[in-house]
Design a protein around this ligand. Structure first.
Ligand SMILES: [Zn+2]
Length: 268
């Protein structure tokens, strides 16, 4: 593929209004002096810590994530895509807007990436696809990697082998819309599996996710550890998939194996 010219990248950083992307992701922004603020969608934000500057066209979370950047960074973060892919999505979106077609831009058709969970997947496959998606997200989330590092869990081979992941609510965003038949069905199934709650939120939102995978390759359990600072009092730090815990034996096995890779347990 041809290289994207720097001038094009600069143009997308400047011309695509960052507040449109942020609001398009469902964040309500309020004017605050020269800036706009809203609750950060990447951590459980009680006091609005997402700052959007209309002047510089940049965004920044001043809370737990302490991340920010340009329009391109926003797309990378919310859609879990590479720099190049984010540029292409913005380009596609922006050129149709510039051509006066704003009203026919359908997020679901022009720019949507493949859903991380496929409609035709059976339950096990769906769980495996969720695990794979969370694992990919972890590798692209500095805040999650920082947390693991703080607990002494840095071995890349261990992260890979145990498919450790991070749920930052982008999964839901990447699924087909709930008002489309395909989206409603898929979301319904993920709800039955415990990945999505009745509220529509991801069960493990804001958590490092440790799947328990049997020797046969079945996902028998998932365990999440919240990593966000400043959670509401009483918010459980540790969550499991709802329903009977199926992975007791395997989990012990996992813990034992993990201890040979890392000196400290992440479950404390
Ligand atoms: Zn944040």
């Amino acid at each position: 593929m041809a290289r994207i010219p720097d001038s094009e990248i600069e143009r997308l950083k400047k011309e695509v209004p960052v507040e449109r992307l942020v609001m398009g992701f469902g964040v309500e922004l309020n004017k605050h002096g020269a800036e706009w603020i809203g609750t950060c969608p990447f951590h459980e934000d009680k006091t609005p810590s997402l700052v959007v500057s209309l002047k510089t066209n940049l965004w920044h979370c001043l809370g737990a994530c302490n991340v920010g950047g340009s329009t391109i960074d926003w797309v990378m973060k919310t859609k879990g895509v590479s720099f190049r892919h984010a540029v292409e999505l913005l380009r596609a979106d922006h050129s149709s807007l510039a051509a006066g077609e704003a009203r026919v831009v359908k997020k679901g058709t022009t720019a949507k990436l493949d859903a991380p969970v496929k409609a035709e997947a059976d339950d096990q496959e769906a769980l495996r696809q969720v695990v794979a998606y969370y694992h990919q997200t972890l590798k692209e989330s500095p805040e999650a990697l920082r947390y693991l590092e703080s607990r002494g869990l840095t071995h890349p081979e261990m992260l890979e082998r145990f498919q450790i992941g991070f749920a930052n609510r982008t999964l839901g965003y990447r699924l087909p819309d709930k008002n489309r038949k395909e989206g409603a069905e898929l979301r319904g199934r993920l709800q039955t599996l415990g990945i999505i709650r009745e509220s529509g939120h991801e069960h493990f939102m804001g958590s490092i996710v440790f799947p328990v995978i049997s020797l046969e390759g079945f996902v028998t359990e998932m365990y999440g550890r919240k990593i966000t600072a400043g959670l509401r009092v009483g918010t459980p730090l540790h969550t499991y998939l709802p329903g009977p815990h199926r992975g007791g034996t395997r989990k012990r096995c996992w813990r034992r194996r993990k201890s040979s890779c890392a000196s400290r347990s992440s479950t404390r």
